[in-house]
Design a protein around this ligand. Structure first.
Ligand SMILES: NC(=O)C1=CN([C@@H]2O[C@H](COP(=O)(O)OP(=O)(O)OC[C@H]3O[C@@H](n4cnc5c(N)ncnc54)[C@H](O)[C@@H]3O)[C@@H](O)[C@H]2O)C=CC1
Ligand SMILES: O=C(O)C(=O)[C@H](O)COP(=O)(O)O
Length: 376
């Protein structure tokens, strides 16, 4: 069985090697000729899976995307061909939540004040939005959720309308899928009119899809609103972000908010489980055995920590500033953007760092934030 796999997926040999011949390909340049003889196709977000890509293949048994987002997959077409499909819902949600949380701590450090004193609006309360909410709740930051679909679906959490939150929040973090249809489409959800409603000194973070914000409108609004602070991990026109916008952004990264080693490994593993189900095989590989030990054996806290010290602890797991620095110098063209993503030194999640405490008493919140060892 020929299994075609995006070269940016970790652990594919360990997980799929026993199921068939694993062939690694560039996801961004994958074409119909290359796919023609595949029995299984495993992609990431940079591959458009549609009729043009698959028309020459008549034996495809399974398509998987090791991502949460599915806007790059024509699922109606796959259904019309009776080709089973699986994505990896929630695989890198914790990574995205921690990325947004760290970015907020960085902005607070950079501009004074404390994240703890901010009011955060989370737009999209699914896996990634909830992961951020969990971080904010652990640290005691006030937040409110906007998710009209969940609000209508019987989710018992409290939800607010977006316009209401734009009059309440200091920070707005976007965690929605990119949709163009349905009752609440998210394509250009933040157009110029919405951007103009952002409160004074607001922080706007986008870790979901670039087109949820009209990037040209954002350039215009930011150019007249120096008070706004921006964190963008996703961009219109990827892998070619608007260089003019990057210059206006406080923290800029090349679509790597979900790039924890745990998150990418979970994505591959979830497709392995889905393919095993499709083939009627019992999965034999174990995900945790694939992950290497964290480079830090552990950290001992001798006293309770303040926000500056919390940021230092988070930076020991992932220093977002590194990716921002490299991105501004190497990531602004298509090749640089993709190279940064392909060669990204996988960061870990908070759970990789074990904390011990001697003098610290208020430590449970660090455990709730995701660090291990403390109080657990
Ligand atoms: N930057 C990165 O590396 C990553 C980006 N993503 C992106 O983030 C998106 C969200 O991921 P998850 O939270 O895991 O998806 P999810 O499907 O678990 O949650 C998305 C939530 O957005 C809500 N929603 C949809 N339209 C909305 C609207 N107009 N207003 C408010 N809420 C709305 C849905 O009801 C749902 O609860 C993904 O679809 C993907 O595009 C996901 C992982 C990594
Ligand atoms: O899971 C998603 O959705 C994402 O946005 C991933 O972070 C995309 O990563 P790649 O598939 O582009 O490597």
């Amino acid at each position: 069985m020929k299994i075609l796999v995006d070269e940016n997926m970790p652990y594919v040999d360990e997980l799929f090697g026993e199921l068939g011949q694993v062939v690694k390909v560039s996801g961004r340049t994958l074409d119909a000729a290359t796919v023609a003889a595949a029995d299984v196709l495993l992609v990431r977000s940079v591959t458009k899976v549609n009729d043009a890509l698959l028309q020459a293949n008549q034996q495809l048994r399974f398509v998987g995307s090791a991502t949460i987002g599915m806007d790059h997959v024509d699922r109606d077409y796959l259904a019309s061909r009776n080709i089973p499909f699986a994505n990896a819902p929630g695989c890198n949600a914790i990574a995205v939540g921690e990325f947004a949380f760290i970015a907020m701590l960085e902005l607070a450090q950079r501009y004074g004040g404390r994240l703890k004193d901010k009011r955060v609006a989370i737009v999209g309360a699914g896996n990634t939005g909830t992961a951020l909410a969990n971080c904010l709740k652990a640290y005691g930051v006030e937040y409110r959720l906007c998710d009209p679909l969940l609000a209508q679906s019987g989710d018992k959490r409290e939800f607010y309308a977006l316009d209401e939150l734009l009059g309440w929040a200091d920070v707005i973090s976007l965690h929605v899928p990119l949709t163009r249809e349905g009752p609440h489409p998210t394509w250009y959800l933040f157009d110029e009119q919405k951007l103009d409603k952002l409160p004074q000194n607001a922080w706007l973070l986008n870790c979901c899809r670039g087109e949820v914000i009209d990037n040209r409108a954002l350039i215009r609004v930011k150019s007249r609103r120096a008070d706004l602070r921006l964190v963008l991990d996703v961009w219109e026109g990827e892998p070619n972000p608007m260089a003019e916008l990057v210059l206006l952004v406080d923290l800029a990264t090349p679509h790597i908010a979900g790039y924890s080693l745990e998150g990418k490994a979970r994505g591959t593993y979830m497709l392995y489980q889905a393919l095993c189900r499709e083939l009627g095989i019992t999965p034999s590989a174990d995900l945790n055995s694939l992950l290497p030990p964290f480079h830090l054996a552990g950290v001992t806290l001798s006293q309770n920590i303040d926000e500056r010290q919390l940021l230092g602890l988070c930076r020991s797991v992932y220093d977002l500033r590194d990716d921002d620095w490299v991105f501004r110098r190497e990531g602004l063209d298509g090749r640089g953007f993709d190279n940064m993503r392909k060669n990204h030194r996988h960061r870990r999640e908070f759970s990789a760092l074990a904390l011990a405490h001697t003098g610290a008493s208020e430590v449970d919140w660090l455990s709730q934030l995701g660090f291990t060892g403390i109080g657990s």
